[in-house]
Design a binder for this molecule. Structure first.
Ligand code: A2P
Length: 262
């Protein structure tokens, strides 16, 4: 690959690990700049040093803010300006990262509550992989319910393994064991729980299956991360229960962010 100079004002980090889950989804880790700070749930702009003016795309940080390395989940888009190349990275390669993290899927954008719902589809689970490893999440909420809907079973492996492993985590193992629940569903491959989460909530199947009560804006809070269509449908569902969208400067009962799509 031809070498290009690193643009000013970006971090150049080294890839430390890559794992491919399906022909559509992979995971990579990079070194973390010593000076870089972010809040769990935020995203950064990621690029490659493969052009004079590299293409950058938004990526939610999947790792917690206390971890030494940084972790991301990505889709692979045939002919996608970034992911076509990013999917080929291997340990030792350089990845670029812009210096300012941002985003609305942060605990500060929600009013205090009892129960936190984290709804995701596909790689939309990434910001929640960060939040469920943040001790503050368990200080603020009594119960945390993480939901991921994917097309295929293999796309659920990342979060299923992560949640399983958390039980033995010295920092948050105890809280994750008592407060965190994972609810996964598929839509295109046979699995014990099937259907889009939006449909399962509308039909009531979600509440029957989990034993959880109907959403109550007095105590339930939610974050949503997925495609534009998924966000639109999920907003309608949550608002039908009386939840109201919040932002960093105006905390309310739910917040949304579009997952990286191309
Ligand atoms: P489906 O298979 O019925 O389209 P994708 O990989 O295309 O991003 O989709 C990830 C998951 O999100 C799939 O299981 C897909 O279901 C589901 N999905 C797509 N659109 C919506 C929506 N509007 N509301 C809820 N889930 C959705």
């Amino acid at each position: 690959m031809r070498k290009f100079p690193i643009p000013e004002n970006v971090f150049a980090q080294t890839v430390t690990a890559v794992k491919h889950y399906t022909d559509r989804v992979f995971h990579f880790r990079i070194t973390r700049p010593a000076s870089f700070r972010f809040r769990s749930g935020e995203f950064v702009m990621i690029g490659l040093p493969n052009a004079e003016k590299p293409v950058f795309r938004a990526y939610s940080v999947a790792s917690p803010s206390w971890e030494e390395e940084m972790e991301f989940l990505s889709i692979k888009v045939q002919g996608g300006p970034l992911t076509e190349h990013l999917q080929k990275v291997t340990p030792g390669n350089t990845v670029l990262m812009r210096k300012k993290p941002t985003g609305t899927l942060v605990l500060d954008a929600l009013l205090p509550g009892e129960r936190l719902y984290l709804f995701s589809t596909g790689t939309g689970v990434a910001p929640f992989a960060s939040l469920i490893r943040d001790p503050e999440t368990y200080e603020k909420f009594e119960e945390v319910i993480l939901v991921q809907t994917c097309r295929e079973v293999a796309e659920l492996i990342y979060i299923t393994e992560l949640v399983d492993g958390l039980k033995h985590d010295p920092l948050i193992g105890e809280q994750a064991t008592s407060k965190l629940r994972l609810h996964t569903t598929t839509t295109r491959e046979a699995f014990p729980r099937m259907g889009r989460i939006t449909d399962l909530i509308r039909s009531g199947a979600f509440f029957c299956e989990t034993g959880l009560p109907l959403f109550d804006p007095a105590q339930d809070r939610a974050m949503i991360c997925g495609s534009m269509e998924m966000l639109k449908d999920s907003k309608t569902v949550l608002e039908s229960f009386g939840l109201v969208e919040g932002a960093n400067n105006a905390p309310a009962t739910y917040v949304v962010e579009r997952a990286f799509v191309g």
